[in-house]
Design a protein around this ligand. Structure first.
Ligand code: GRG
Length: 331
């Protein structure tokens, strides 16, 4: 990996990097097949990075949509990571996000959409939390993803919004951050899912400035990147999880954006494209997606990127078509 200069954003290299991730050569590697359980999430990360670079046509749309539909599990109504795998709430969101980006949500008929909503609602527990699948793991990620999917499918109700908000607020800690479940340690990526869930439940006003204050302390200076928890090393993906939470809370001016941009640019591979978690490390599509989204959030104009919605992690042009739940609009 080479990153000997850090001021330019190598858009064309990153587009090529993403296009090559599914090439014949890549498919001949053992690692490619070991990652089958991440395939649909990975496709969303690639498509979202391309859409943010105004280049979603760099992947063959029909092939992409047909792969997404092949992951739909007609028995449950959810999407799996790969055909034949079990459906999971996280991959269900990825599938729908990809269809939204290509404006192909109508590739699912109304009964399939209703079944997808039923799948999500079947994972809901009495305390307002959601499990990820039939195996029962609970995590604040799943609450966010559940209300996100229900928002896409226009199935949000006051009851779901209130019980989700109650569970999320039970996961808040004394430091203002949030963990995976009540009493779990605060973690920046979980804070994003909690801020996102509250935003989709029209309840962001439940938060005091403590949350933004804890988030702003995640910037590790002089490096400029963010860590996910106190005393840990910075990791590029937190540029996204932290910055967008701060943007959603209107507190992005509490961090040094220039230093953050320079940390992100320093994680590029200037020979083969893509971004790594830290300068000099191996690139991957997850860090590539969230670094490009982070740059778009910091300064879309400067890098000629599409503006990104800080809650939905979709291009604003796509996100603006979704009707969000509002407390007063549903009786
Ligand atoms: C709409 C973009 C979008 C996503 C859906 C699934 C989800 C919502 C968000 C995932 C948030 C999350 C929990 C990400 C995990 C981030 C991460 C790198 C965790 C690793 O944690 P540790 O403890 O790493 O291994 P640290 O950095 O704390 O050492």
């Amino acid at each position: 990996m080479s990153n000997d200069h850090t001021t330019s954003f190598e858009k064309q290299l990153h587009i090529k990097y993403i296009q090559n991730l599914d090439s014949k050569v890549t498919k001949e590697t053992y690692e490619y097949w070991l990652l089958e359980h991440l395939r649909l999430n990975g496709l969303y990360w690639g498509v979202m990075a391309l859409a943010t670079m105004n280049s979603k046509e760099s992947l063959p749309e029909e092939e992409v949509v047909s792969f997404v539909l092949s992951c739909y599990d007609a028995t449950t109504g959810g999407f799996a990571a790969y055909p034949g795998h079990d459906a999971h709430i996280l991959t269900t969101l990825s599938g729908l996000q990809i269809l939204l980006i290509y404006d192909r949500l109508n590739a699912l008929d109304e009964s399939q959409k209703a079944q997808t909503a039923e799948f999500v609602l079947s994972l809901r527990l009495d305390d307002g939390s959601f499990t990820g699948d039939r195996f029962g793991e609970i995590d604040t990620r799943f609450v966010f993803v559940a209300v996100y999917v229900l928002t896409i499918l226009q199935r949000m109700t006051t009851e779901i919004a209130e019980s989700s908000q109650n569970f999320i607020m039970d996961c808040q800690n004394f430091d203002g951050g949030f963990g995976m479940f009540p009493v779990a340690e605060s973690h920046a990526a979980q804070v994003y899912t909690c801020v996102g869930a509250l935003a989709l439940c029209d309840s962001l006003s439940s938060l005091s400035d403590m949350t933004a204050s804890w988030l702003s302390e995640r910037q590790v200076l002089p490096l400029g990147g963010f860590n996910g928890r106190p005393e840990k090393l910075p990791d590029l993906c937190y540029s996204w999880w932290v910055l967008l939470s701060l943007v959603a809370l209107n507190k992005a001016h509490w961090i040094n954006t220039e230093k953050l941009e320079s940390f992100i640019l320093g994680c590029q591979d200037l020979e083969d494209g893509g971004f790594a978690d830290r300068p000099g490390n191996q690139t991957d599509v997850y860090h590539t997606c969230f670094s490009i989204c982070g740059l778009a959030l910091a300064s879309a104009d400067k890098y000629s990127l599409e503006e990104v919605d800080p809650v939905l992690c979709l291009p604003k042009s796509v996100a603006s078509k979704l009707k969000l739940y509002k407390k007063s609009s549903i009786i």
